[in-house]
Unconditional design. Structure first.
Length: 309
C-alpha cells in the first residue's frame, strides 16, 4: 500500500533549454554602436555561425516545449549573438512567445553581455524573466522563484570579456548570496534548482570559456547541497555528478537550442525534468528531446531516472 506522502505526491515538470543564439542579426547591429569585438563577432556570425544556428530549429524546439506543457521553463542564456542594441527587443519578443515571466526563468549568457551595453538598452529587456517573485525594478542576482515545492535560483555568470574570451565570473557577493539561499531553501525542504550559463565545476570548459570562480562555486554546492544544477554554454549534452553534504547532485548541460547539427556539433535539444517526492526522497526523471535533421522534427532521444549509478 502506498504511503500518504506517495499518494499525495505531485510531479513538477521543468523544461530546460539554452543558447538559442537567435538569428538573423538585425540591420545595424554591427555599426549602430560600434565596437571591435562586436565586429569580429558579426563576421563570425555571417561567415560560419548563421549556417549553424537556425531560427527554424529554435522555433521547432520552442513549439515542442509548448506542446509538452511543462510547469515551468529554465533558460540558461545566450539568447542574442553580439549584444547589438537592436537584438534585444526581438529576442524578448521570442522569449515571450515561449513563456510569460511567471512561466519562464532566464539567466544571461556571455553573448547577452558580449560587450558593455547600458542595462536599459540591453538586459533590461529580459528583466521580467530574471527577477525574484513579486520584485520588479533593477536586476539583482541571484534571484529566487518558488513554484510549489521547487525553488529556482538564477545567478549571473555573464560579463563582457576581452577578444577571444568567453568566460564568466560570479564574484564574491553573488557566491555568498547563493550560499545563503541554498542553505535557507534547503532547511525549508525545497527541491533546489540552480541556473547558471557557464559550466559550474572546474574542468568542464576550456580555460578561455570557463567560469573563473568555478572552484569557489563547487565549494558552496558541496557545503550547502543542491538537488539540480542546470547550465549551457558548451553546446553539448552533459551530465556530471557532484558529491555534496546531502548526497550526489546532477549538473546538467544541454546543446544549443538552435543548432542544426553536423559531424562536429550536436543538434538542438532540450530536457524535461519530472520532479517528484517519493519515500522521503527526491526522484527526477530526465527526458531529452532532440532535433532530427533527417526528419526535420523534434523527437525523444532518451528518457531515464537521473541517478549516479
Amino acid at each position: 500500500m502506498k504511503s500518504t506522502e506517495d499518494q499525495n505526491a505531485v510531479s513538477f515538470a521543468l523544461a530546460h533549454l539554452s543558447d538559442v543564439h537567435l538569428g538573423p542579426l538585425p540591420k545595424g547591429s554591427i555599426f549602430g554602436h560600434f565596437s571591435g569585438k562586436r565586429l569580429i563577432g558579426a563576421l563570425s556570425w555571417h561567415l560560419r555561425r548563421k549556417r549553424m544556428h537556425l531560427p527554424e530549429v529554435a522555433n521547432a524546439i520552442r513549439d515542442d516545449i509548448l506542446a509538452a506543457k511543462p510547469n515551468h521553463l529554465a533558460f540558461t542564456g545566450d539568447l542574442v549573438n553580439i549584444a547589438g542594441w537592436n537584438e534585444f527587443s526581438p529576442a524578448a519578443a521570442w522569449l515571450k512567445s515561449l513563456g510569460s515571466p511567471t512561466e519562464l526563468s532566464m539567466t544571461p549568457g556571455n553573448h547577452d553581455a558580449y560587450v558593455h551595453v547600458p542595462e536599459e538598452n540591453g538586459l533590461a529587456n529580459f528583466a521580467p524573466w530574471m527577477q525574484s517573485d513579486k520584485i520588479a525594478g533593477d536586476i539583482a542576482f541571484p534571484f529566487v522563484r518558488l513554484r510549489r515545492n521547487v525553488a529556482i535560483i538564477g545567478c549571473n555568470s555573464a560579463c563582457p570579456q576581452p577578444y577571444r574570451k568567453a568566460g564568466g565570473t560570479l564574484g564574491s557577493v553573488q557566491l555568498r548570496d547563493i550560499s545563503n539561499q541554498l542553505e535557507m531553501l534547503g532547511q525549508q525542504g525545497f527541491f533546489r534548482v540552480l541556473m547558471i550559463h557557464h559550466p559550474p565545476l572546474p574542468g568542464l570548459a576550456i580555460n578561455r570559456k570557463a567560469l573563473t570562480d568555478a572552484a569557489a562555486l563547487q565549494e558552496v554546492l558541496v557545503a550547502r547541497g543542491c538537488e539540480l544544477v542546470l547550465h549551457g554554454h558548451n553546446h553539448q549534452a552533459m551530465v556530471n555528478w557532484l558529491q555534496t553534504s546531502i548526497g550526489p547532485c546532477p549538473v546538467v548541460g544541454v546543446p544549443s537550442a538552435s543548432m542544426a547539427g553536423d559531424a562536429k556539433h550536436q543538434s538542438a535539444a532540450w530536457n524535461l525534468y519530472n520532479i517528484r517526492r517519493h519515500q522521503n526522497r527526491w526522484q527526477v526523471e530526465m527526458t531529452t528531446r532532440q532535433w532530427n535533421r533527417q526528419t526535420a522534427k523534434v523527437e525523444t532521444q532518451s528518457s531515464a531516472m537521473l541517478s549516479p549509478d
